[in-house]
Ligand binder design. Sequence first.
Ligand SMILES: Cc1cc2nc3c(=O)[nH]c(=O)nc-3n(C[C@H](O)[C@H](O)[C@H](O)COP(=O)(O)OP(=O)(O)OC[C@H]3O[C@@H](n4cnc5c(N)ncnc54)[C@H](O)[C@@H]3O)c2cc1C
Length: 470
Amino acid sequence: MSAPPVIVVGGGLAGITAALGLADAGREVTLLEARPRLGGRATSGRRRGQPVDTGVHVVLRCYEHYLALLDRLGVTPLIALQDRLDIEVLLPRGERAHLTRSHRGPPPLHLLAALLRYDALPGPARLSALRAAAALRHLDPDDPAVDLDAFGTWLRRHGQDPSTTEGLWGLVTTAALNLAPDEASLALAARVFRTGLLDRVDAGDIGIPTVPLSLLHEAPPRSALLAAGARVRLGSKVVRIERRARGLVVAVRDRHQQVTELPAEAVVLAVPHDHAAQLVPAGAVDDPAGWQALGHSPIVNVHVVFDRAVLPVPFAAVPGSAVQWVFDRTAASGRAAGGEQYLVSSVSAADDALHERTEDLVRVHLAELARHLPGLEHAHVLEAFVTREPHATFRQRPGTGRLRPGPTTHWPDLALAGAWTVPGWPDTLEAAVRSGRAAAARLLSVPMTATEHGDAGVSAPARAQMEVTS
Ligand SMILES: Cc1cc2nc3c(=O)[nH]c(=O)nc-3n(C[C@H](O)[C@H](O)[C@H](O)COP(=O)(O)OP(=O)(O)OC[C@H]3O[C@@H](n4cnc5c(N)ncnc54)[C@H](O)[C@@H]3O)c2cc1C
């Protein structure tokens, strides 16, 4: 009788990566995904026959593991990656500012000119921002003490006034951490600025998918998994994971509400933290209930189709406005032919917007776009709608670092994955892929015999020997 497969629970980027890593290493793998499609939070639904993404997903050049996954899937050309960081910043009455890095100069000097020329702030505020950026470079994002502070508090301590926070720092962190600076972890903000902007010249170059997310994260990973010999079962919701005398057993409910039990050589649990807290077997980790404290932070997208082009750039930041960031998704959604333009405003930290009525949100966003884009008043709105993701990310507050477990559990045949598990990294595509790699590495480092017997009672020293740091 052949050995049971390694079962990966969850078909988001974390589960896909873990399953590919294990299948590539020659393990039998079955991936179980509750929904009818792969991709998790980073995919597309359909509205009136048109694809609509869960949200515009911005990629940075420093997302090295995520970009390596796209390479593996053969879809890297579907990301439009800037040659160099260039953010168009829309100001009221049609004025513009730019945040553009230099081609040369050792980091962080590549940003010096960008900050000094950033017209959205008065001169003294730019100099003060430079001093704060220099101080930020000395923060260690992996230091638990740094994680206890809020970014907004730190900015005030470093002389940043509210308009500099709103016009510069908040522009980046509210989108990257899905929380306003006053609520966001200083350690995670330091990771965003250091890894994403300050430590490497090209790290912050922005990439935007040129196609719906489903064309990156659904069919290509499914084909790659099947080619690697893995099985993919969609519409398969895991309702229980248990240890029995002969090893792990995963109970799965299919679309007909039928529950079957599948024996597993090992399990990767690659689901969001609240689902993981319910599914992780008793005794496998110390305090799964504590994961609930990670909470959720919403993202709301306001979609407007105009009868003509009103935004002349692929995307823009709109500081001090309900719009926050606006993206031209015309070509990506296949609407380019008729001359119309499809804009999506991405509202992060959207606790208020989440509960606002669609017509109110659309009215406010149209007024804000008109305030920043002269000429928009002549355009006609062909279609407007709102999408809401209440659980877009976990709430990346101070003190959350200690709640993120990494891949390791007390059991050598059970690993955790998911963007939320990676200490020190924001809840992003890159963290999801990193977590999947770490979970696969964790299971691959465990000798087969330990997993065949499902030996939960493995001694602490033996367990320590099996631990890997990834
Ligand atoms: C609107 C929005 C905008 C975003 N913007 C960006 C961005 O610009 N850049 C960026 O890097 N990141 C962004 N993110 C975050 C990014 O999408 C996530 O960090 C990443 O997709 C998380 O992947 P994951 O695999 O960890 O989790 P998920 O994608 O949540 O995958 C978990 C999977 O597990 C499945 N599952 C749950 N329970 C079970 C069960 N019992 N049985 C079987 N399957 C189960 C779920 O259906 C899901 O498919 C955004 C997210 C949203 C929602």
